[in-house]
Write a protein that binds this ligand. Structure first.
Ligand code: ADP
Ligand code: MG
Length: 340
């Protein structure tokens, strides 16, 4: 049986060129570059809540770091160091090998060093702290959106949530459709380069982890502004668009109104909710002055990442969701029901 220290040595001790001292002592030693602020964030992933017991360890390793990198992206910070606190039910080396593969695969891509952690026996639980650097005063905060700013999102919304709905049997996807959506759920790509490029351009930013309405809502609240969003402008994966397309135009049914819906319509509602209130997108939602519009389109080209303007910041508080005719679509007060 390998000891705790054997496991740490074998699976979690790698060179740490960005640290003065990495794994192996009582604490790591880090040096923040001159003129930089340290951005720090932590995220916990619990088996059964954030991932399923049958999920592959490589994807769990990838995703647990990806969600943290996404927070760095949303701050405009360059990720540099991470710590990993791990509770494991058993010293399952096959699982550890897979997990470490997924974790370090992504860490290597962004030059992040694992500099320490803690390993203990217990129900599977993964807690990663990420640390990054951002030039003093340049972090992309949630509280900087200004009236007249345009609101943008990267990538596509709702793909991961649609994949999860498929996994849970709430929506039917053809095999090809499922194959196209599942990577968004299992191996999300954090928008780190976008976050770095938005320094000096975006007035506010957040990563979309709990659904567009909830997360944009945080920007609005903290900036003391409101927003007008055009539902038809929202960037969707082709599969999501196909599943939403057949909903009769007009209102979004609210929770409780679905009893009379046909199964087909219920599935369309699930898809629509995925876009507005589904979790796990890990795209960036940001506000930027309208004068930066062309620059942002050029940035999308450069990064080969779609950036879509979905609306604008207004002075009236709250989030107004508009349909293709410019009519207000109802938004349930507490966000959308997942019909879980
Ligand atoms: P201490 O008892 O002083 O807290 P530990 O025995 O918990 O130290 O850990 C020994 C070393 O291994 C420390 O440097 C710690 O940061 C590191 N470490 C422990 N678990 C992990 C892990 N899962 N990933 C990375 N480093 C780890
Ligand atoms: Mg310890």
């Amino acid at each position: 049986m390998p000891s705790e220290f054997d496991l740490i040595r074998q699976y979690f001790t790698r060179p740490t060129p960005s640290a003065l001292l990495g794994v192996g002592d009582d604490a790591a030693l880090l040096q923040v570059s001159p003129g930089m602020e340290l951005a720090v964030s932590v995220d916990m992933l619990v088996e059964g809540r954030h991932f399923a017991p049958q999920d592959g360890p490589g994807t769990v390793g990838h995703k647990s770091l990806a969600v943290n990198l996404s927070d760095m992206a949303a701050m405009g910070a360059k990720p540099r160091w991470a710590t990993l606190a791990l509770a494991l039910p058993a010293a399952d080396e096959k699982w550890l090998r897979g997990f470490a593969g997924g974790f370090f695969g992504l860490a290597g891509k962004f030059g992040v060093d694992l500099v320490g952690g803690d390993t203990t026996r217990g129900p599977l639980n993964i807690c990663i702290q990420i640390m990054g650097e951002v030039p003093a005063g340049q972090a992309l905060r949630r509280d900087g959106a200004k009236v007249g700013d345009e609101i943008w999102v990267s990538g596509a919304l709702g793909t991961a949530a649609l994949a999860l709905a498929f996994r849970q049997g709430r929506v039917e996807l053809e095999q090809m459709e499922a194959a196209a959506c599942l990577p968004a759920l299992y191996v999300p790509q954090p928008r780190v380069e976008l976050g770095l490029s938005l320094r000096g351009i975006a007035s506010a930013a957040i990563d979309v982890s709990d659904g567009l309405l909830a997360d944009l809502g945080h920007i609005l609240e903290q900036s003391g502004v409101g927003a007008e969003i055009h539902f038809e402008a929202l960037p969707l994966h082709d599969v999501t668009r196909r599943h939403i397309g057949s909903l009769s135009p007009g209102s979004l049914p609210r929770a409780g109104e679905r009893d009379a819906d046909s199964l087909r319509e219920a599935q369309v509602i699930v898809a629509k909710n995925c876009v507005l209130a589904g979790g796990d997108d890990y795209e960036l939602c940001f506000a930027a002055p309208a004068a930066r519009h062309a620059e942002l389109l050029a940035l999308a080209q450069k990064l080969a990442l779609p950036l879509t303007c979905i609306g604008r910041i207004v002075s009236e508080a709250g989030l107004a969701l508009l349909d293709g005719k410019g009519s207000l679509m109802p938004v349930a007060a507490k966000g959308f029901d997942h019909f879980a």
